[in-house]
Design a protein around this ligand. Structure first.
Ligand code: FAD
Ligand code: MLT
Ligand code: ZN
Length: 485
């Protein structure tokens, strides 16, 4: 891609305007009028070390009014921008492609209100997910979304990506949980839709457009969201299984027998767990090595009742040989440790260098066969092995994910990003998904990485309708250009 000449370059005059507007030194990181490249670099690079932009200006507005002023000025001056939350996104959406101005939301980090009767939380977009979850924990509630990047991602970023995560199976997606949004359009208009109502059938539900829009039509500044009551009893079980067929049986039984207390069903293959063991050197939860593992979490209000259900379920799946071995966490520390074997996968995969990531919705019966197909192709191409000569790490073709949501994460861990690997993977993966009417992006979004492949999951008509929305809200195209659709 080429930089679009319609966008202005940032000048000293622009920088002066922003410094005047935002005041504080910490609110403007500027490599135009002073040599600040050291400070700017973290905002230019993504979590996977795959994408790198060249911004010379990072703005940190401290209020919705400031966001409005900033965007209006950028729009009037044809300055392209990239909204940025915790910069934990996995599709290259949160960093500039060229010299777009980064609008970082970290200074808008206040919890605005919480109503413990309805469970409604209202926050600034820049509140870190874990901070909100801890705040809610002290008030006997939880955030309806949880994910491995909770310590750094922002709620605004979560909403902008429509993040799915580890609790979706139980609490549903942000499209259902977000009650209201406050956002700013490129012309400075403040979209004041920060409703706290669960039900509101008065006209088009425009806030939904911002959920998953990845910063392409406006900047989210506030979110109101319904949060569930915290469960008294949380149990986590970790199983080893001999085949993907058995994993499906286990899932069916878990839904049937654990029903209303089932809160997560996550899948990890043996390759993913070996890599975690290699990187962390932690003692593995089960003695043997199994082709598949699953993590099951239950959350309920009555400890005795839950334990009884879980014990019965364990007996059943062991007796019927649906699972070969299993362990149940005995306390909160073990709950955390078992979750670590699932949540730690993305970070451990990055240990060697680059990771090719595919986040896919696939009909559940075929979910794992893609991983096997890819393993075969990578091996046939002679790309996998021990030693520097091979781009793909031994055991580096892995599958894991949110099995309960039919969402597979196919990842290929490499020593370095290599075109030869990419050519084996793409467009093969996308064609494979398209043939099965799956989605090429289940939860991470399109960003820069998946932008060219949306056609594998969406029709020409749907893409044209999406483009109408984009053009309506952002006629100058300054919002997160070169990405999404
Ligand atoms: P960023 O990365 O900063 O931005 C993401 C996108 O949103 C960009 O396009 C950006 O322009 C836009 N954006 C950010 N803030 C705003 C705003 N206020 N207004 C408008 N646009 C904005 N995702 C899942 O769905 N499920 C998971 O289980 C999951 N696990 C993860 C685990 C790890 C270890 C990591 C690193 C990532 C994981 N992710 C997961 C990816 C996920 O998309 C992000 O972690 C998170 O939702 C992004 O939030 P962020 O604040 O970091 O956003
Ligand atoms: C996860 O489920 O762990 C995340 O979506 C991150 C990833 O896919 O690696
Ligand atoms: Zn995920």
């Amino acid at each position: 891609i080429k930089r679009e000449s319609k966008f202005s370059e940032v000048t000293e005059d622009h920088v002066s305007y922003f410094k005047e507007l935002l005041g504080k030194e910490s609110a403007v990181i500027d490599g135009v009028t002073r040599d600040a490249t050291d400070d700017i670099e973290p905002f230019n690079g993504d979590w996977m070390r795959k994408y790198r932009g060249h911004t010379k200006l990072v703005l940190k507005p401290g209020s919705t009014a400031e966001v409005s002023e900033v965007l209006k000025y950028c729009n009037d001056n044809m300055l392209a921008v990239v909204p940025q939350g915790g910069n934990s996104g996995l599709v290259g959406g949160s960093v500039p492609v060229f010299d777009e101005i980064v609008i970082n939301m970290s200074r808008m980090n206040q919890i605005r209100s919480f109503d413990s009767v309805s469970g409604t939380l209202v926050v600034d977009a820049g509140v870190v997910l874990e901070v909100a979850d801890n705040y809610l924990g002290e008030r006997n509630h939880i955030f309806p979304l949880d994910l491995g990047a909770k310590g750094s991602c922002h709620i605004g970023g979560n909403v902008a990506t429509n993040a799915g995560g580890l609790r979706l199976l139980r609490y549903g997606s942000l499209h259902g949980n977000v009650l209201g949004i406050e956002a700013v359009l490129p012309d400075g208009t403040i979209v004041d839709d920060l409703s706290k109502l669960r039900k509101n059938n008065t006209g088009y539900d425009l806030k939904q457009l911002f959920i998953g829009a990845e910063g392409t039509i406006g900047i989210i500044t506030g979110v109101s969201i319904i949060c569930p009551q915290r469960s008294n009893a949380i149990n986590v079980a970790f199983f080893g299984l001999e085949s993907y067929e058995k994993v499906q049986e286990a899932f069916r039984e878990a839904k049937g027998q654990l029903s209303e207390i089932l809160s997560a069903f996550e899948l990890m293959d043996s390759h993913s767990q070996s890599l975690v063991a290699t990187v962390t050197k932690n003692k593995r939860p089960l003695e043997g090595d199994y082709p598949f593992y699953c993590l099951i979490e239950t959350s309920g209000s009555n400890t005795e009742h839950d334990n009884e259900k879980l014990e019965k379920f364990l007996e059943f799946v062991m007796e019927k040989e649906i699972v070969l071995d299993g362990v149940v966490a005995q306390d909160a520390t073990q709950v955390k440790a078992l979750w670590g074997w699932r949540e730690g996968v993305p970070e451990c995969l990055g240990h060697w260098g680059g990771v090719y990531k595919y986040d896919l919705s696939i009909p559940i019966s075929e979910l794992y066969s893609l991983v096997e197909d890819i393993r075969g192709k990578i091996s046939d191409a002679g790309l996998i092995g021990n030693g520097e000569g091979y781009p793909v790490v031994e055991g580096g073709v892995v599958g894991y994910g949110h099995m309960g949501d039919s969402n597979l994460h196919l990842n290929v861990a490499t020593r370095r990003y290599d075109k030869k690997v990419e050519q084996v993977l793409e467009p093969f993966v996308y064609e494979w998904i398209s043939k099965r009417n799956g989605s090429i992006s289940a939860e991470h979004g399109l960003g820069l990485a998946k932008k060219n492949y949306i056609g594998y999951s969406r029709s020409v008509t749907m893409i044209a309708l999406m483009k109408q929305i984009k053009n309506l809200y952002d006629p100058n195209g300054i919002m997160n250009p070169y990405k999404y659709i």
